[in-house]
Design a protein around this ligand. Structure first.
Ligand SMILES: *[C@@H]1O[C@H](CO)[C@@H](O)[C@H](O)[C@H]1NC(C)=O
Ligand SMILES: *[C@@H]1O[C@H](CO)[C@@H](O)[C@H](O)[C@H]1NC(C)=O
Length: 430
């Protein structure tokens, strides 16, 4: 990719000034270095509803979710393709970002293991068993020969981060779950602070760890506190005592502080209740019930210009675009308008649907394809993954919502990806 980049830079230069001859390696290397040093032009900050880079230019994300929070706890797909190939697929769509997910359990195990993460050998065997674990690992190593069986999971994340920087893809790092597994249901023990696997202390420790570790990733521009907070139905006492906006605010302030203290550069994304489907009381500045307190930017001293709202939407059977737009507005996108008490940039960090020849032509997909670019709102489609190492007990799980085919080699719905999706990317980033 480095090579392609230099060629592009040279092509641009010669087109503008055809008489200039770039004839030494030193010149082309210098050009490439200068451009690479400028990107990502952070730290990013917010200004009202916009995100701005260090030069004051506004930007947003148009990208895909790349999960790495399930049982093996490394980014998916590496038994089929190299990291460079996968990042290149994202880049080829014109996308500028990935939402990379991780599990808090990975950091818990680093602490239990004397500060060093466990090896791929151990991670694959733990997750896929003594027979399949080593087999799948062998495929990962064949496709990604820079790794060995003793490479750690965190080093795989580092390699994804390095490749993303090389191809100029922003990383939005998302704490998806506590225990590494397929997410999310209300009874999976990961639902809400205090649920079976969701220790608040482990969570803030994990956020702080990744925030600090992420200072070595040039591509890292934002971190999300927690994916899809939801009612902990298998922990009734937690549910009745704290599944509410008042407690939500207590927890997210702790998480935001944990991230900001270790990495003041990153934007911090806040996700709402009920599977992150709405953040209305934050936008409208109404009481955080059952208390009477309200959201206040003053509660984020020194980093009020680092906060972004994220919601998810899976109203896949929507049959009226205006209704869907009204829902999106009421659930969070009102924060883009002057009618909001608290203005923020808002992103739709998950939406998705079956990747086939026709679903993308339906109301849900086509409505989002016009609404999000019109709003200049950032988004991440669920999901890049054509398959998972394991999902809910099934190994090599084929993902029908995946942009990629099971072996991550081609687009599952070329008509969508090469048409509406790339147009949506272009319209969002233009
Ligand atoms: C950048 O800001 C301008 C208004 O200042 C707006 O028209 C444009 O859509 C914004 N672009 C993005 C990507 O946010
Ligand atoms: C928190 O992390 C420790 C390791 O430091 C681990 O033993 C414990 O099980 C974790 N708590 C939860 C609820 O996962």
């Amino acid at each position: 990719m480095r090579l392609n980049f230099i060629i592009l830079a040279l092509a641009g230069l010669t087109a503008a000034a055809p008489s200039i001859q770039i004839d030494t390696d030193a010149n082309s290397q210098e050009l490439a270095d200068r451009a690479a040093a400028a990107w990502p032009n952070g730290p990013l900050v917010t200004s009202g509803r916009y995100i701005r880079d260090a030069s004051g230019k506004n930007l947003t994300y148009a990208g895909a979710n790349w999960p790495g929070a399930a049982d093996v706890m490394i980014p998916e797909g590496l038994q089929y393709q190299s990291i460079a190939t996968i990042v290149g697929k994202v880049k080829s769509l014109g996308m500028n970002a990935i939402r990379l997910t991780y599990a808090i359990q990975m950091i818990d195990e680093i602490y239990s293991n004397g500060g060093k993460d466990i090896t791929l050998q151990k991670a694959f065997t733990q997750a896929l068993g003594a027979t399949n674990g080593p087999k799948v690992l062998a495929k990962v190593l064949a496709k990604n020969p820079e790794f060995t069986a003793s490479t750690t999971r965190l080093e795989v994340f580092d390699a994804v981060a390095a490749e993303s920087a090389k191809q100029q893809i922003y990383i939005h790092l998302d704490n998806h779950i506590s225990k590494g597994m397929w997410c999310c249901s209300t009874d999976d023990g990961n639902s809400w602070w205090g649920d079976k696997y969701f220790s608040t202390a482990n969570w803030t420790r994990g956020l702080a760890y990744m925030a600090e570790h992420g200072t070595s990733w040039p591509a890292l521009t934002s971190m999300a506190l927690r994916n899809e907070p939801r009612e902990p139905t298998s922990s009734p006492s937690v549910s009745s005592s704290s599944y509410n906006w008042q407690s939500w605010y207590t927890f997210i302030k702790q998480g935001a502080e944990a991230v900001h203290a270790k990495n003041p550069g990153v934007l911090i994304f806040l996700s709402g209740m009920s599977f992150d489907t709405y953040l209305t009381p934050i936008v409208r500045g109404t009481a955080l019930t059952p208390g009477t307190g309200k959201f206040s930017l003053a509660d984020f001293p020194g980093y009020a210009n680092k906060l972004v709202l994220e919601i998810h939407n899976y109203e896949t059977s929507a049959n009226n675009c205006n209704n869907l737009k009204n829902n999106l507005y009421n659930n969070g996108f009102q924060a883009h308008t002057t009618s909001a008490v608290n203005q923020f940039p808002v992103m739709l960090t998950e939406f998705g649907f079956q990747m086939d020849a026709s679903t993308w032509k339906g109301t849900y997909a086509s409505c989002l394809a016009s609404y999000l670019p019109a709003e200049k709102a950032g988004w991440f489609i669920w999901v890049l993954a054509g398959s998972y190492y394991i999902r809910s007990g099934t190994q090599d799980f084929d993902e029908g919502w995946g942009l990629l085919t099971r072996d991550w080699s081609a687009w599952r719905s070329p008509s969508y990806v090469n048409g509406a999706l790339t147009t949506m990317v272009k319209n969002t980033l233009s």
